[in-house]
Design a protein around this ligand. Structure first.
Ligand code: HEM
Ligand SMILES: [Ca+2]
Length: 309
């Protein structure tokens, strides 16, 4: 039911408005692309690409997805961009464009702006009628999981190991807060300060960058130290050299099921871009709601009606 031309008749300026707002925001806040890409992933993997992650908790719905622990570090600028686009679109074609379509289109445009591949985005999603924080931890992978568990989390959403590796190539942009990898660089074990699977010089640099992280929780490091704001295949080379920040990044480069794919992507950026595009197209239609299964929200952070008890 979804198709790229969904708004051609009802909101012909949709693509242009998204493109212009995305460009303006990314030019002023270069961290936007990574923030939006991660936001989109977290929304889609939890109950489908339905903007359930945008709902703010309130008295009627005190535990919305956005307030789940694993979503607290999502970028405020990413939410801000989608809300801004929504406001523009409500002036141009009121009540027509869903928040879930806005984030799908914005993610695609942003990946392209920072050097990544271009892929078609199908449109026509409705926004969710529910948002439940308890579903988040059950859906998202974490960096503390074994590779079996990570693979299973993606398999539960019908992604192959190869698609999982391609999608995680998203760590070629953006950053990670020190607390997420602090256990690898401070008091790692009784015999070693740092995780021996980390490149020693890299670990030393991270200890420096993160020295103050318990006092300043915003301290963070680039996911890809080689080309932090360019969407390229450098992440895969990093992972093979012990330059991946997260334990899960390291596992990707060492597990026999994923290592050959990481090696291939590190040699062949076209292969990565092709697979990433296909996997993003698949991610973008995960569990989408159409017809009466959803609504066009008038505000991205609120349901149109107070849910009945
Ligand atoms: C094994 C699976 C994955 C794990 C364990 C994981 C975990 C994480 C963690 C812990 C962070 C740091 C967050 C912070 O400190 O604020 C992060 C950042 C990020 N992740 Fe993942 N992730 C995974 C897969 C993915 C996938 C599939 C995508 C997208 C398709 C993605 C996109 C991003 C992006 C873009 C950032 C940077 C965010 C920013 O700079 O604002 N990740 N990830
Ligand atoms: Ca969702």
């Amino acid at each position: 039911k979804l198709n790229p031309d969904y708004y051609n008749a009802t909101c012909p300026d949709f693509a242009r408005i998204v493109r212009e707002q995305v460009f303006t925001k990314q030019s002023t806040v270069p961290a936007t692309a990574a923030g939006v890409l991660r936001l989109f992933f977290h929304d889609c993997i939890t109950d489908g690409c339905d903007a359930s992650i945008f709902i703010s908790s309130n008295a009627y719905n005190p535990h919305a997805e956005r307030d789940a622990d694993m979503n607290l570090s999502l970028s405020g600028d990413a939410f801000d961009l989608v809300i801004k686009i929504k406001n523009m679109l409500e002036l141009t074609c009121p009540g027509v464009v869903s928040c879930s379509d806005i984030i799908a289109q914005a993610t695609r445009d942003l990946v392209k702006i920072v050097g990544g591949p271009y892929f078609p985005v199908r449109l026509g999603r409705k926004d969710s009628l529910e948002s439940d924080a308890s579903k988040v931890a059950a859906s998202l992978p974490t960096q503390y999981m074994t590779m079996d568990d990570i693979i299973n989390r993606f398999a539960a959403r019908k992604f192959t190991v190869r698609e999982m590796v391609a999608l995680t190539g998203a760590h070629t942009i953006g950053f990670t807060h020190c607390k997420e990898f602090a256990n690898r660089i401070f008091n790692f074990s009784p015999t070693s300060q740092v995780d021996p699977t980390l490149h020693p010089k890299f670990a030393e640099g991270l200890r420096h960058v993160c020295a103050n992280y318990t006092k300043d929780l915003s301290m963070s490091a680039f996911n890809d130290p080689r080309s932090p704001s360019k969407f390229d295949n450098a992440y895969f080379g990093n992972v093979l050299k012990g330059l991946g920040l997260l334990r899960s990044d390291y596992l990707l480069g060492s597990d026999p099921r994923t290592r050959p794919i990481v090696e291939e992507y590190s040699r062949n950026e076209q292969a990565f871009f092709g697979d990433f595009s296909k996997a993003m197209e698949k991610l973008a239609v995960l569990g989408v709601k159409t017809g009466n299964a959803g609504e066009i929200r008038s505000r991205c952070d609120q349901f149109n009606h107070i849910p009945s008890a």
